[in-house]
Design a protein around this ligand. Structure first.
Ligand code: F6P
Length: 329
């Protein structure tokens, strides 16, 4: 964590990067209004690090972020931009900021965003990161912005699937997002009462899933729900093929929830988290901090070195996995 002398009055830039997450807009609003409240100018960078390198930057005021708190997606837009790993692209981005007299940056996004933020910090720009990703794989924070809303979206879908599953005596295999992390699947498995949850962190065979489904059928259940993380070794489609062949009493259907999990109005929880982290990010920059991500640990907002947030993955707590198995009876 580097201490810098003072935040240039010229202002603070803000961008959103990686996959969008509900609550990003609330975080942008918090960053802009905190900067303005501290007497700093605020600048929005469109389309993440790509827009930064290409100079898609405009000054924004308090009214520009009015009416966005409750909206999903990101008004600043986002982009996947692996080219930002190149030093010449990073330097071009820095030039764009310096050319406009922007002295600091808040980068809102997932672990890839923290790596981009770290690169700019290493080039001497004061930068603070804010974790926002539905995957909840960002190291150093209990929750990232967007996770709670995504989880509620998944639950709403599974509750509906259970209705049709019961009517037809079917089992649904529901694939959630999460990339290499099983958090979303595991939490939705527990909170939806799934018979089985498959995550990348814990290998399960098709035979074990079959046993859980067979047993649910024998105990008189009229449906079964199997939640599969997209990063699990056994993917939803392959699992269905294996289970179909075993004649377990239920017919199987696959539902891939996909990008619907990324959209929608942010929950109260995500809005509050976005407000807390957005305010903390700018206040830390104003106090002269750089090279950190603000994260939630227990009830507190803490600073986590970008070196850690950008290079490590938040581990799934396997105690939850044990709980999920215990409760699926
Ligand atoms: O990181 C968020 C996420 O939605 C992952 O869960 C998923 O694997 C990935 O992004 C999908 O990326 P894209 O929207 O670029 O297809």
């Amino acid at each position: 964590m580097t201490q810098i002398k003072s935040l240039p009055a010229a202002g603070v830039g803000v961008l959103t990067a990686g996959g969008d997450a509900p609550g990003m807009n609330a975080a942008v609003r918090a960053v802009v209004r905190t900067a303005l409240g501290l007497g700093l100018r605020a600048h929005g960078v469109q389309r993440a690090f790509e827009g930064l390198a290409q100079g898609e930057i405009r000054e924004i005021g308090a009214r520009d972020v009015g009416g966005i708190l409750q909206r999903g997606g990101t008004v600043l837009q986002t982009a996947r931009y692996p080219e930002f790993a190149k030093p010449e692209v990073q330097r071009a981005a820095l030039e764009q900021l310096r050319g406009r007299g922007i002295g600091a940056l808040v980068a809102i996004g997932g672990d890839g965003t923290m790596r981009g933020a770290l690169a700019l910090h290493r080039l001497g720009l004061p930068v603070v990161g804010v974790p926002a990703s539905i995957d909840n794989d960002v190291y150093g924070t209990d929750m990232a912005i967007g996770v709670d809303t995504a989880l509620n979206t998944i639950l709403e879908a599974i509750d509906k699937l259970r209705d049709t599953a019961s009517s037809h005596r079917r089992a649904f295999i529901v694939e959630t997002m999460g990339r290499h992390c099983g958090h979303l699947a595991l939490m939705s498995g527990i909170t939806s009462g799934a018979e089985m949850t498959l995550i990348p962190e814990q290998e399960v065979s098709a035979e074990e899933v079959a046993e859980a489904v067979r047993s649910a059928h024998e105990r008189g259940k009229t449906h079964a729900i199997i939640v599969v993380a997209e990063g699990a070794k056994l993917r939803a489609a392959a699992l269905k093929e294996r289970l179909d062949a075993m004649r377990l009493g239920f017919g199987f259907r696959v539902t891939i929830l996909g990008h619907v999990q990324r959209g929608g109005r942010p929950s109260a929880w995500d809005r509050l988290l976005a407000a807390r982290l957005g305010v903390a990010a700018v206040e830390r920059l104003a106090r002269g901090e750089s090279g950190v991500m603000v994260g939630l640990q227990a009830r507190d907002v803490v600073g986590v070195p970008l070196e850690e947030a950008g290079t490590r993955q938040r581990p799934v707590d396997l105690e939850y996995y044990r709980m999920a198995r215990m409760l699926a009876r």
